[in-house]
Design a protein around this ligand. Structure first.
Ligand code: ADP
Length: 354
């Protein structure tokens, strides 16, 4: 009963916060300069003087500085733990019955995979999320029973691939509406996980099958969206109430524009599909932020898959990943502008640096 009361209180508080702030948060994370950038003597164009207030300054040339405002700004010095501390309240709310979506958006090489997957010794949001879910589920085990399962999908060229399927069927995977407000992809493997070892194995299996069939794994990953779905069934052992909720963790395709000379054949098709799905995502989130009456979910596979987890009372967190280097200024500004639009709060014109 104690937990039910607490849960009801949290829901009420959550609803009040949503009313005031909307349910979309944008965190900006900047990676360090790479060794190559340091030896090429590229300078840093990003300033973090007011990063703790969510302000980011970008030197756009001469003495001009453009300012951006986000819910959080992580500097190259912030580590995986710092990032997860701020993301964790959002992920835990999946245990309270909310649908949650977390994305990493940005140019290839800015740390999307580092933030979401991390490395074996420096794990990212995906693994830490499941670790936290198990921990909280365990703390609540007297009142709730939870069952957690995981799916891993890839969207490449507007086609959905199940990365946990042991054999790829020729049957096309499509999004279907299961019931009012519930969307799913029938036939996708849902691996039940009961401990962290199983989760790690599932994530590795997903990662490994991403590589299958592509001659350059890194290039392939940068042109496809990798989508991890954590499904939670919860049962309140006292009241008998059951809920189903989902948490999506998405490492998006690179947002960079291709050089005009590169764009032909397959690459052109890929580039168009990436553009289409990333702009569809931007359109959906900003339509939600602006409380628009029509939300264009159907414009891409990505947004269609996420339809029941974007909007309504679900929560969205976007990491906009950037490079600090002067060499990437154009792409950095384009990502920051996208994120600003998504947040539904436009800032005034660029300020002069004093
Ligand atoms: P993306 O997924 O956006 O293409 P990656 O995650 O592959 O980018 O990151 C590119 C490189 O930068 C990797 O070598 C990664 O380890 C490194 N990197 C990214 N972000 C950070 C960070 N915050 N701290 C240290 N290294 C980072």
């Amino acid at each position: 009963l104690k937990y039910s009361e607490e849960q009801a209180k949290r829901k009420k508080l959550h609803n009040q916060i949503q009313e005031a702030k909307g349910n979309i948060r944008v965190f900006c994370r900047c990676r360090p300069l790479s060794k190559e950038e340091i030896s090429a003597r590229y300078s840093t164009v990003v300033d973090f003087d007011a990063a703790k207030d969510g302000d980011l300054g970008v030197l756009t040339g001469g003495s001009t500085k453009k300012h951006f405002k986000f819910d959080r700004v992580f500097t190259p010095k912030d580590d995986q733990v710092d990032v997860f501390v701020d993301a964790s309240p959002m992920v835990v709310s999946v245990l309270d019955g909310y649908n949650v979506c977390i994305f990493a958006y940005g140019q290839t090489g800015t740390g999307k995979t580092f933030t979401m997957e991390g490395t074996e010794h420096n794990r990212g949001v995906n693994y830490r999320t499941v670790e936290e879910l198990f921990k909280v589920a365990n703390e609540r085990s007297e009142t709730f029973s939870y069952s957690i399962s995981v799916s891993v999908l890839e969207v490449y060229n507007e086609q959905i691939r199940d990365l946990l399927a042991t054999s790829q069927t020729s049957k096309k995977l499509e999004v279907k509406q299961a019931s009012e407000g519930v969307h799913h992809v029938p036939g996708v493997v849902e691996a039940k996980v009961e401990n962290l070892k199983q989760v790690w194995d599932v994530l590795q299996a997903g990662s490994n099958s991403r590589a299958v069939g592509s001659n350059n794994v890194n290039e392939h990953s940068s042109r496809s969206h990798c989508m991890l779905c954590i499904m939670v069934k919860s049962k309140n052992l006292i009241t008998g109430e059951c809920t189903n909720s989902k948490l999506w963790l998405v490492d998006l395709a690179g947002s960079e524009r291709l050089a005009k000379t590169d764009v032909q054949g397959e690459r052109l098709k890929e580039a168009q599909n990436i553009n289409r799905s990333l702009s569809a995502l931007g359109d959906v989130i900003s339509a939600l932020a602006n409380k628009s009456s029509h939300i264009p979910y159907r414009n891409s596979k990505l947004t269609h898959i996420l339809q029941d987890s974007l909007g309504g009372d679900s929560k969205t967190l976007m990491f906009v990943q950037i490079s600090p280097s002067e060499n990437d200024l154009g792409e950095t500004l384009s990502s920051l502008n996208f994120a600003t639009r998504v947040r539904g709060v436009e800032l005034g014109p660029a300020k002069k640096q004093i």
